[in-house]
Design a protein around this ligand. Structure first.
Ligand code: FAD
Length: 377
């Protein structure tokens, strides 16, 4: 027990790195530990869509706040973060989905997010490779894309410039109620507080935590510059993302600066392995080809999977854990952790330092799951 820190963060994914950057900048002596490398977990598997979502008022608040923080950081980001404000184009296949586009337009506009309704013709002009006959869509102007592993590294570099220390290849075995962590090698490190930012692995450090894994598949294509211009998502995606039980796929495609495209997305509960599920992959690509028929003529170079950390109410866990005010959480970001990493880091630092938060932090407080049993083994 030689060295003491104000804060030890377990997990150097994009969320842990964002927390480290904010906390170190605020003057906290911060150590961040990862059993692997920076951004090598779910962050490396994610799609990097910076997107405002409105599943709930709290989800809108955190995604919109985080997107603002990304836009503010834009000029400082290194080129390898590949931040492009390409906008999201939500496409409506029929009148029912068009009604959803209109509802979303009203909701976003009332909250001062820039949106634009497009009729079928305008959608076709914006994205000529989409199939003819779509009812229309909604463009969310300020959404964008980044390359998540480099963004995590950028945030970690920023944390280090503010004095934080990072140790790779160090596995945490337990977060200690008296402060600090026990490591897998049997040693201990002391700290005023520790933070569990281990994403889908966070229940390993806190058995009983209400976090389930939700597997996703992604495909990356060869280089086809200009094939699509926006992150395009079907409005049916919302049904898929909301379903808390069955396996689902939805059309979601992203243009990368390299001319490559990322194609998603799938969601499966209780699918622990990292292997590619050929059935799900087929369904996912078939869905994408329903929207972009000529996609079938292009080549894909790689397929991979990752596991989202899902909470029952689809909101992350940010703040002190139940019953142990020295053990904090920054976990449970499901399919939005790339977007919400910056908001999470800012909220966590504000809460730790007793500063006023810019958006209400209470909807993300782990204490909302007060009836669930969590231990800290
Ligand atoms: C297919 C897919 C697509 C996605 N697309 C998007 C998207 O477009 N936009 C978006 O906003 N989000 C997206 N997400 C979600 C996003 O990727 C995650 O929410 C985000 O990466 C979570 O980051 P994290 O830092 O919490 O977790 P991780 O990146 O998983 O980091 C956790 C870290 O903890 C480390 N760790 C684990 N256990 C220990 C231990 N005991 N000791 C030390 N270290 C440990 C791991 O090595 C890992 O580096 C997607 C996710 C998937 C799977």
């Amino acid at each position: 027990m030689s060295q003491s820190f104000d804060l030890i963060i377990a997990g150097a994914g994009i969320v842990g790195a964002a927390c480290a950057a904010e906390c170190a900048a605020a003057g906290l002596k911060t150590l961040i530990l990862d059993r692997g490398i920076v951004g090598g977990g779910t962050t490396a598997a994610g799609m990097g869509h910076i997107v405002v979502m409105d599943d709930s008022e709290a989800q809108f608040a955190l995604t919109e706040y985080s997107r603002r923080l990304w836009l503010r950081l834009r000029e400082e980001l290194s080129a390898d973060v590949e931040y492009e404000v390409c906008g999201t184009l939500w496409v409506a296949a029929d009148d029912e989905e068009m009604a959803e586009a209109s509802r979303k337009e009203k909701h976003y506009a009332e909250r001062k997010a820039r949106v634009e309704i497009l009729n079928g013709e305008a959608v076709r002009r914006a994205e000529p490779n989409l199939r003819p006959g779509l009812a229309g869509g909604l463009r969310v102007v300020d959404d964008g894309v980044i390359y998540p592993p480099c963004a995590a590294r950028f945030l970690m570099d920023r944390a280090r410039r503010h004095g934080a220390e990072f140790r790779a290849g160090v596995a945490v075995k337990a977060l200690l109620p008296e402060g600090g962590v026990a490591l897998a090698d049997g040693s201990r490190l002391t700290a005023g507080r520790s933070v569990n930012a281990t994403g889908p692995w966070s229940p390993e450090l806190m058995p009983g935590l209400p976090v389930r894994t939700r597997k996703g598949h992604l495909v990356i294509t060869d280089r086809y510059p200009g094939f699509v211009h926006h992150q395009i998502v079907e409005l049916g995606y919302l049904k898929s993302a909301h379903s808390m039980s069955k396996d689902s796929v939805a059309f979601n495609i992203q243009p990368r600066q390299t001319g490559q495209m990322l194609i998603g997305s799938s969601r499966q509960f209780d699918a622990e392995g990292t292997e590619v599920d050929q059935g799900i992959l087929r369904r996912m690509l078939a869905r994408a080809m329903e929207y972009l028929p000529s996609l079938g003529k292009l080549s894909a170079t790689r397929v991979w999977t990752g596991h989202r950390a899902a909470t029952p109410d689809k909101l992350p866990l940010i703040g002190p854990s139940l019953g142990h005010d020295r053990i904090w959480l920054a976990s449970g970001h499901e399919g939005l952790g790339i977007t919400t990493s910056l908001g999470t880091g800012r909220l966590l630092a504000d809460l730790l330092l007793g500063r006023k938060t810019e958006i209400p932090a209470q909807p993300y407080a782990p204490a909302r799951f007060v009836n669930d049993t969590v231990s800290h083994g």
